[in-house]
Design a protein around this ligand. Structure first.
Ligand SMILES: [Zn+2]
Ligand SMILES: [Zn+2]
Length: 141
């Protein structure tokens, strides 16, 4: 629990000219600290450490963060949505979905080259490249 993550979350929201309500700030903080995209259940559990946020508010806040470009969501192999914060320099990255444990990983270092080679006249909105396989945790030892 570092204060810099808290400040980071607050600045990211207020930079958009939006109100950094407690629910928005705390939810974004959880996503910024996460090592990989989290499901609703995992986010609820992380928030519960400092007072529960009701489910309706959480769902609304997550949709708001996605709409504002502060977070993005990816569907896992289990068809459960997972959310992660979006860094400015990490837009359009690939995702890895484990077919064993259903965890999702942001591969921010992998940006598909095809987004740069669109025919003239096409303007890219967003790219979503999902790779499937088994993550390091699920490899046989
Ligand atoms: Zn796995
Ligand atoms: Zn991602």
């Amino acid at each position: 629990m570092t204060n810099s993550t808290q400040a980071h979350a607050e600045v990211a929201i207020t930079n958009l000219g939006e109100r950094a309500t407690e629910a928005r700030r705390r939810t974004l903080e959880v996503l910024l600290r996460a090592e990989r995209p989290l499901s609703h259940t995992e986010i609820e559990a992380a928030l519960a450490a400092r007072g529960v946020l009701d489910r309706v508010t959480l769902y609304r806040v997550l949709d708001w963060l996605v709409a504002k470009g502060l977070a993005h969501k990816i569907e896992g192999h289990d068809r459960v949505w997972r959310f992660n914060a979006t860094a400015d320099d990490a837009r359009g990255h690939a995702h890895f979905c484990c077919t064993d444990c259903s965890k999702v990983y942001c591969l921010t270092g992998i940006k598909p080259a095809f987004v740069l080679s669109l025919p003239p006249g096409f303007r890219l909105g967003e790219a979503d490249l999902s790779l499937r396989g088994t993550c390091p945790d699920c490899q046989p030892r």
